[in-house]
Design a protein around this ligand. Structure first.
Ligand SMILES: [Zn+2]
Length: 421
């Protein structure tokens, strides 16, 4: 397993470049190359930091292409000397960054360490510490490394059972914290709440983890991964307005106070109920799902699915780039009254770049749409019907009556609106 997954690698890369803001300030073509460069670095935090520092401040697309090219060729082992003379500056620059970077890093992965490095090793100018895949069981009580510049701390894949309250006290710049796969970790210290620069908090497969302190002050947090944990409540989750990526896959329970659910780039999920069928979620108001390549339907509508049965306050639903999505509800039998009123409070519905779905709203769902205000359909090439309602069920007057506040529909295929005979 790579020390960082692809998206984490890209996150770190953009973070060091200072390009982690939304919306991105880089033009999309540079962003694409940045993504490839992060990819070429193979999840190695040191390589990612070096490359990011080499490219920092460069906004010329040619130079970016050139760097990617070099990196690809380095990996393939082409004549180094030739390359060096050809691109002396780039190489010198990179070498310089490697040297500097290695002095600002502790990277000790897979070395069977039983303890974290001695306090003397945690120097004030450190910006990356990765102790991935070791045997660390304990972080000594009272230890509080003074690392005001530390950006990335990776402690994943150890056996840490507790983290002292003061451990993060002098790590105020921390942006990426990965504590994944510490199976015995049951709680996180309250001082985590003060890490206001945190962008990414990854707690994947901390199986026993139950207690997470309030995250309300972590206003930069854009990614929270609590999949495969025992976390039931994430205090103040609704205050995290920058949260773009909440990964809850494989969780038994959804946090009880969750109002916004956003799932991005989850390659496992086939439907929302897959992951959340044991979950009561009546507080959930907004669902945003994008780039889940395997997602075929959203809701199951089975009578015993507590997710569907409690989803009765949903106000907005946004779907984007779900290339396998064929239906909204799996068990949606046309013309029947549905068992769950999941759409009865829905006000905003947006779907874009979903190219498998043919009928958007079946008759059963349609009858629940009395509160719909906006419906946006964009670039869904397969769509032939927006409302599968025929004249025996509903006439056009009823349609207007059922959907009184509907306004500003954007883009085709509104010509396909079916209320046909
Ligand atoms: Zn369900």
């Amino acid at each position: 397993m790579h020390p960082l997954c692809h998206s984490e690698g890209l996150e770190l890369f953009l973070l060091i470049l200072g390009e982690d803001k939304t919306p991105a300030t880089f033009p999309p073509n540079i962003l694409k190359i940045a993504e490839s460069i992060a990819w070429e670095c193979d999840g190695l935090p040191l390589a990612i930091s070096v490359m990011a520092r080499t490219m920092k401040g460069i906004h010329n697309i040619q130079q970016w292409r050139h760097a990617l090219n070099k990196l690809g060729r380095l990996e393939m082992g082409t004549e180094m000397e030739e390359e060096v003379s050809e691109d002396a500056e780039f190489m010198r620059n990179m070498a310089c960054h490697i040297l500097k970077e290695s002095q600002r890093c502790i990277v000790r992965c897979d070395q069977r360490l039983r303890e974290i490095p001695h306090l003397q090793g945690w120097t004030a100018d450190l910006d990356l510490v990765s102790l991935n895949k070791n045997l660390i069981r304990e972080i000594p009580v009272g230890i509080s490394p003074y690392c005001p510049s530390l950006l990335t701390l990776i402690l994943r894949n150890n056996d840490i059972s507790s983290i002292p309250e003061c451990f993060f006290t002098h790590m105020k710049a921390l942006a990426i914290l990965d504590l994944s796969q510490n199976h015995s970790l049951t709680s996180l210290p309250d001082s985590l709440s003060d890490l206001t620069c945190l962008v990414s908090l990854v707690l994947r497969y901390c199986l026993e983890l139950k207690y997470v302190p309030t995250l309300g002050r972590l206003q930069k947090l854009s990614r929270l991964v609590i999949s495969g944990t025992s976390v039931e409540v994430v205090p103040d989750l609704e205050m995290l307005t920058n949260l773009r990526w909440l990964d809850l896959s494989h969780n038994e329970e959804l946090p009880k106070d969750l109002t916004n659910l956003s799932i991005d780039c989850n390659a496992c999920l086939k439907s929302l109920c897959d992951a959340l069928s044991n979950t009561a979620s009546s507080s959930l108001m907004n669902i945003e799902i994008q780039s889940c390549a395997e997602m075929k339907s959203l809701f199951c509508l089975f009578g015993n699915c507590s997710f569907c049965n409690n989803l009765n306050n949903l106000q907005s639903l946004q779907l984007r780039c779900l290339q396998s999505l064929r239906v909204i509800c799996k068990e949606d039998v046309a013309d029947t009254v549905l068992p769950c009123a999941i759409f009865s409070h829905l006000r905003h519905f947006k779907i874009s770049y979903c190219n498998e779905i043919e009928t958007l709203v079946t008759a059963g769902l349609f009858s629940q749409l009395q509160n719909l205000q906006t419906l946006t359909v964009d670039s869904c090439d397969s769509l032939t019907e927006i409302f599968a309602v025929n004249s025996s069920d509903v006439d056009i007057e009823l349609l207007m009556m059922v959907l009184p506040p509907l306004h500003s529909p954007t883009s085709p295929p509104w010509s396909c609106l079916t209320c046909q005979n």
